[in-house]
Design a binder for this molecule. Structure first.
Ligand SMILES: Cc1cc2nc3c(=O)[nH]c(=O)nc-3n(C[C@H](O)[C@H](O)[C@H](O)COP(=O)(O)OP(=O)(O)OC[C@H]3O[C@@H](n4cnc5c(N)ncnc54)[C@H](O)[C@@H]3O)c2cc1C
Length: 545
C-alpha cells in the first residue's frame, strides 16, 4: 500500500482517509437533523431573530428571513437580525480581500434595507472560531430571543457549529435547574432549487454523477415549476416592535480584518468597479446577461475573450441574489416554461441552466460526502499520490510566468480581477497538479485566497483531481482562436502575429522569441503528462483509503 507523504504546507493538512470515511458514514448533517428534531418548544414567543450567514446576504427571496418575518408577524413579535463576524473564520478559509470586502459591503447595504423596514441588523464579533457558539448563544439568551431562524450551510465546520448550538439548547432544556431561557432554532434550505440530499438514485443513495442528476433535476423542475417560486422580503416591524428594539439599531458594519485587506486603494476601487455590491447590481447584471448574451451562450461560453458568461458567481456565492430569482427570470425568457431541457429551450438557455445545475449538485455532494469539505479529494485514492515540492514551478504558476501563454493569461486574470473564466480554471488547475505535479490543494487554496466568487462547494469539486490532462496549446487554439485573450493578459505577446501566440517558444525562431522578454516553457508538456499519468497509476494501484 502507498504511504501518504507528510504535507509541507499548512494548506495541505487534512484528516486521514479512514477518518474521512467515518465522517461520510455519520454525516454532520444527519446529526444536526437529530438535534433539530429533539428540540422542545420554548413555551412563549419573545423576540424573533434571523441570523445571516455569509451566503444569504439579501432580504429578497431569503427563505430563513422570510420564515422569521412570517412567524414574527403571526405572533405579533419583534423581528431583529444578526450577523456574526469572525476574522479567524476568514483566515481559516483563506478568504480573499475581494470576497471579504464584498461581504462587508453587502452587509452594509442589507443593514440599510432592513432599517427601512424598521428591522435592526446587529453585528456581533467573535475573534476566534472557539468564540462563535458562545457569542451567538450569549446574544440570544441575553436579548430575550425565543426563536432563531437561519439558512443551512452545508460545509462540515458550519454544520458542527450549528450542532453545538443545538446541543446547548437541548442540554439547557433537559436540565431542570437551568435558569436559562430556552430558544428554538429553525434552519431553512435556501441556496438551491432542489434541497440537497433529496435527489436519489434508484437504490435510494444520493446522486453523485452529473448526467443523471441533471436529467432528474430538469424533470423535477418541469413537473413542479413552483420550486422556482420566490418569497417576499419581510414587512415592516410595528412601531411598538421598533421601539422595543431601539437599542439594536446603529450597529457598526464590520470591516475586513487587516490581513485580508487590499494592498492599495487603487486595487480596491478597481475590484469594486468590476463587482459592485448589492441586490440591485446583481439584478441588473442578470438582466443584461439574459437580454444580450444568453442566446449565444452555447457557442460563446468557452471563449474567454468574448466575456460572454454572466459573471454572477460572486453574487450567487454570497447569496446577494438567489438561484430561484435567477431561474424565475430565465423562465420568462423561455415563454414562461420551466422546461429547461434542450427540447424545451434554446441551446443558450438550456446550456446556461445546466451550469446552475452543477452548482446544485455540488451542494448535494458537500452535504452527503462531507469529507470533500475536509481538504480531501472525493476520490480518496488521489490522497495517495506523491506530489512534487516544486517551489519554483508553483511560484511561476501563481505569477503567470510558466511560459505557457493560455495558463499564464488565466493566472494573470485572476490576480487582476479576482475572477477567472471557467475554461481557464480548468486549464490552470490541470497544469498545476498534472504537469507540475504540485498538490492540487495548494492551487485550491490560492483560488480561495484570490477569487471574489470563492465557494467551497464549487471550488473543491472544480479542483477534484482526475486523469484528464489538458493541453493548453490546443485548448487555446480551440477556445481563443484569435489569441485575443492571451494578448489581453500577456503584454509581452501583444505584437505576436498569428498562431505563434499560442506557443511562441516553439513557433518563432530563437531571435524573435528572445526579443519578447517572455519565458520559455518551464516544463515539457508531453513529458510531464506522461510522468503524471504514470505517477497517478503507480501510486493509486495499491491505495487503500
Ligand atoms: C478549478 C475550478 C475552481 C472553481 N472555483 C469556483 C469557485 O470558487 N466559485 C464558483 O462559484 N465557481 C467556481 N468554479 C466554477 C466556474 O468556473 C465558475 O462558477 C464560473 O466561471 C463563474 O463565472 P460566471 O458566473 O460568469 O458563470 P456562468 O457561465 O454565467 O454560469 C452561471 C453560474 O452557474 C454556476 N456555475 C458555472 N459553472 C459552474 C461549474 N463548473 N461548477 C459549479 N457551478 C458553476 C456559477 O454559480 C455561475 O455563476 C470553479 C471551476 C473550476 C474548474
Amino acid at each position: 500500500m502507498s504511504k501518504r507523504k507528510e504535507p509541507s504546507h499548512p494548506e495541505l493538512h487534512h484528516p486521514s482517509t479512514k477518518r474521512a470515511k467515518d465522517v461520510d458514514a455519520h454525516t454532520p448533517y444527519d446529526q444536526l437533523a437529530t438535534c433539530l428534531a429533539s428540540q422542545q418548544s420554548p413555551g412563549e414567543t419573545r423576540n424573533i431573530l434571523h441570523w445571516f450567514r455569509s451566503k444569504d446576504l439579501r432580504i429578497h427571496d431569503n427563505r430563513g428571513l422570510n420564515a422569521a418575518a412570517t412567524f414574527a408577524k403571526e405572533s405579533h413579535a419583534p423581528l431583529l437580525c444578526a450577523y456574526l463576524n469572525c476574522p479567524a473564520e476568514f483566515r481559516n478559509h483563506g478568504t480573499s480581500p475581494a470576497r471579504t470586502d464584498f461581504i462587508c459591503e453587502n452587509l452594509g447595504l442589507t443593514k440599510s434595507e432592513l432599517e427601512d423596514l424598521d428591522i435592526p441588523l446587529v453585528f456581533l464579533e467573535a475573534s476566534e472560531r472557539a468564540d462563535l457558539v458562545p457569542t451567538i448563544v450569549k446574544f440570544i439568551r441575553g436579548n430575550n430571543i425565543s426563536h432563531v431562524f437561519a439558512n443551512y450551510e452545508y460545509e462540515v465546520d458550519e454544520l458542527r457549529r450549528d450542532i453545538r448550538i443545538l446541543e446547548e439548547v437541548n442540554n439547557a432544556s433537559s436540565d431542570s435547574d437551568s435558569h436559562c431561557a430556552g430558544f428554538h432554532v429553525s434552519l431553512h434550505h435556501d441556496q438551491t432549487v432542489m434541497e440537497p440530499g433529496t435527489m436519489l438514485t434508484g437504490a435510494g443513495k444520493p446522486m453523485k454523477i452529473f448526467t443523471p442528476y441533471h436529467k432528474a433535476w430538469l424533470a423535477e423542475v418541469k413537473a413542479n415549476p413552483g420550486l422556482l417560486d420566490t418569497v417576499p422580503p419581510p414587512s415592516k416591524n410595528s412601531p411598538k416592535a421598533k421601539k422595543a428594539l431601539q437599542s439594536f439599531f446603529g450597529s457598526q458594519v464590520p470591516t475586513p480584518p487587516e490581513e485580508t485587506q487590499f494592498s492599495c486603494e487603487q486595487e480596491r476601487s478597481q475590484i469594486r468597479k468590476l463587482w459592485p455590491p448589492g441586490h440591485h447590481a446583481a439584478i441588473q447584471r442578470l438582466n443584461e446577461f439574459l437580454n444580450d448574451k444568453l442566446a449565444d451562450y452555447a457557442v460563446t461560453r468557452s471563449n474567454p475573450a468574448k466575456n460572454s458568461t454572466s459573471r454572477l458567481s460572486a453574487y450567487l456565492s454570497a447569496g446577494v441574489i438567489s438561484v430561484r430569482e435567477v431561474l424565475s427570470e430565465v423562465r420568462k425568457h423561455n415563454s414562461g416554461s420551466a422546461d429547461f431541457s434542450s427540447r424545451g429551450a434554446d441551446a443558450g438557455l438550456s446550456g446556461w441552466v445546466r451550469e446552475l445545475v452543477f452548482r446544485e449538485l455540488y451542494r448535494q455532494t458537500t452535504m452527503t460526502t462531507p469529507h470533500t469539505a475536509m481538504n480531501l479529494p472525493q476520490n480518496l485514492k488521489f490522497d495517495f499520490v506523491q506530489w512534487e515540492n516544486d517551489e519554483e514551478g508553483y511560484d511561476r504558476w501563481e505569477n503567470g510566468t510558466l511560459g505557457v501563454p493560455f495558463v499564464d493569461a488565466g493566472m494573470r486574470q485572476i490576480k487582476a480581477e479576482a475572477y477567472m473564466h471557467n475554461r481557464l480554471r480548468m486549464n490552470v488547475s490541470s497544469y498545476l497538479y498534472c504537469n507540475l505535479l504540485v498538490d492540487y490543494r495548494r492551487g485550491e487554496r490560492y483560488f480561495a485566497e484570490t477569487l471574489i466568487d470563492w465557494d467551497l462547494n464549487n471550488n473543491t469539486q472544480g479542483w477534484e483531481p482526475s486523469y484528464t490532462v489538458f493541453n493548453p496549446v490546443s485548448q487555446a487554439e480551440k477556445n481563443d482562436p484569435g489569441g485575443e485573450y492571451i494578448r489581453q493578459w500577456i503584454p509581452e505577446l501583444r505584437n505576436v502575429k498569428g498562431k505563434a501566440v499560442f506557443d511562441p517558444y516553439h513557433r518563432l525562431d530563437k531571435k524573435e522569441f528572445d526579443k519578447l522578454g517572455y519565458p520559455e516553457p518551464y516544463v515539457d508538456w508531453h513529458e510531464t503528462k506522461q510522468r503524471a499519468l504514470e505517477r497517478f497509476k503507480s501510486n493509486m494501484k495499491d491505495a487503500e483509503p
